[in-house]
Design a protein around this ligand. Sequence first.
Ligand SMILES: C[S@@+](CC[C@H](N)C(=O)[O-])C[C@H]1O[C@@H](n2cnc3c(N)ncnc32)[C@H](O)[C@@H]1O
Length: 274
Amino acid sequence: MNSSGSYQIASIANDVQGEIKRLKAQVNLFWDNEWRHYQEHGLANATTIIELGSGPGFLIEKLLNHIPQANVTGLEIDPLLANYAKDYLREKNQKRWQVHEGNIMQTGMEDNSYDVAITRLVLEHLPEPIKAVQEIYRILKPGGKLMVVDNDFEMHIMTYPPVPGLRELYDAYCQARFAEGGNPKIGRELPILLKDGGFSNVQFDIVNAHSSLLGDEMFFQSEGVGIPYKLMKDGFLSSKDLAKVSVGWRKMVQDKHHAIVRQLCLAVGEKPVE
Ligand SMILES: C[S@@+](CC[C@H](N)C(=O)[O-])C[C@H]1O[C@@H](n2cnc3c(N)ncnc32)[C@H](O)[C@@H]1O
């Protein structure tokens, strides 16, 4: 087990720039639906927002564009990604943001500081996610909300027609992440984690993406081959299984009625006003 968790951009995929591009596509893939859910939970009214595990800054960019009154803080453990986010947001002429290098387990932020905290595709990589939830509870204002988005790899990409070998690929991915101390099936546990962390009014939603509404390209870009190739190199996936998926995927998209569906879990909880 790896005490720093199961996401290091330098080793999770075959190349860092490719993985950054994939993260951007993954934000775009879900954004319309995700934003609808965030709005339902009051995000559009927030003035102080923190994203923990903010990576290259693509979600921060969306939040700044959609919430004109908000000031958005990013917290990111990897200096390469924290610096990437700073350069990216500056290049995009964004204002009202700051990005700090830091650890979600011990943020160094003051008590009772934020209206909303978002952590997206991060808890699934942590050996002790409850400690992150407790730390976020500390830095939220009373009445503030935590919005957590994570995968549950029992229900990753589903296709019509089915792609042979896709389940084996996800099983290999899960094995690799579990071995590093992550939990790629954390999605189903999110409401319990939030309650255990002291949050009230906990709610749970599924955020969907469907190829017939978004087009295939968005899915191609947000899946990519970087992680599957790395799983093969690291011995979690056989080259035969990888080839099976790639042949099956090509066949699937040629079907006139093909469909690609992916879902993320979203849990929201409120810090009680005492
Ligand atoms: C899969 S990426 C998601 C990035 C971004 N939230 C998004 O949705 O595109 C996970 C991010 O969490 C960061 N991370 C992992 N462990 C962390 C920790 N203990 N504290 C802060 N960030 C962490 C990683 O470096 C990476 O940038």
